[in-house]
Design a protein around this ligand. Structure first.
Ligand SMILES: [Zn+2]
Length: 294
């Protein structure tokens, strides 16, 4: 494992081996993050605005990370230095942003900040800037979760935030290929994306995520990258928790993975219409089959 070439101190603790949880939308990333966050001394963030801005800047224009390597790395580290700061307004164990906090205490470390020993993040779309994260944090650990694309599309179709990325206006500024964020391999995919149904576009985004997962497996060694399947968690909570413990060093409890609402398999059967299923199949059959879902 590479030695960290950066020094980042948050809440008076030096950040070491931060853990980033990666996956397509609706692939169990928040559930894994929650289990990690319940481990003692582990602070896992998600969705802070500074981080999201940096993530989406890199995810939508992958060349940013290649052209301005050091600039992008420090942008990400600065975003995390702020996001991981535990104050009475940001700490999940403090009463929260709507509580009355004296102005002079709101920016100060809260009483829980001294307990944070390890850090992680599970912001949406983190997957698409994982290479830049690896540059910014060379000792980082990555947990990537892969789920059946048909269930992912079923989840995205009911999620307005996921659908918002499919609006044609957001795409018009993109001319970079491949673009895993939108699932565009080359220019010919642009037309397909513009004219495709929502299900087809969601499937393209899942396909882009799967390709990104595969690229990461080539770029990052097994000691820093753990790949798991969404479908293996239910019924395999003990084994999953053990793998997470061994990989991250966090005391992850299997109980935290036993959420009856999560880890459902085959939801697409009730959710996707025949046309939607056809569109997903047309876009992603190769990847679905390669992963053993077809
Ligand atoms: Zn606190």
């Amino acid at each position: 494992m590479k030695q960290p070439s950066y020094i980042l101190v948050v809440n008076r603790t030096t950040v070491r081996r931060p853990v980033f949880v990666l996956g397509a939308p609706h692939s169990g990333v928040p559930e894994i993050a929650r289990a990690l966050a319940r481990a003692p001394g582990f602070h896992v963030g998600a969705g802070s605005s500074g981080v999201l801005n940096a993530v989406h800047a890199v995810a939508r224009r992958p060349s940013l990370a290649q052209e301005r390597v050091s600039g992008t790395a420090s942008l990400l580290r600065e975003a995390y230095a702020e996001a991981w700061q535990l104050t009475p307004l940001t700490c999940p164990r403090c009463p929260g942003p709507y509580a009355r906090v004296p102005a002079n205490a709101s920016a100060e470390p809260c009483e829980h900040s001294a307990d944070a020993r390890r850090y992680g993040d599970a912001s949406p779309d983190l997957l698409f800037c994982a290479n830049a994260l690896h540059t910014a944090f060379p000792d980082a650990l990555f947990v990537q979760v892969i789920r059946d694309g048909r269930d992912v599309v079923a989840g995205m179709l009911d999620d307005e935030r996921a659908l918002a990325w499919l609006r044609p206006g957001l795409l018009s500024a993109e001319h970079e290929f491949p673009n895993d964020f939108f699932g565009l391999e080359d220019e010919s995919d642009l037309e397909a994306f513009r004219n495709g149904s929502e299900a087809a576009k969601c499937a393209m985004r899942w396909r882009g995520a799967v390709r990104m997962h595969a690229r990461l497996r080539q770029a990052i060694g097994e000691d820093q990258l753990m790949t798991m399947r969404y479908e293996d968690v239910r019924g395999g909570e003990m084994a999953t928790a053990r793998r997470l413990r061994e990989f991250t060093g966090a005391r992850v409890s299997a109980t935290e993975l036993m959420d009856a609402r999560a880890w459902a398999v085959g939801r697409w059967r009730d959710r996707l219409s025949r046309d939607e299923y056809g569109d997903v199949n047309e876009v992603a059959a190769v990847e679905l089959s390669r992963l053993g879902y077809l």
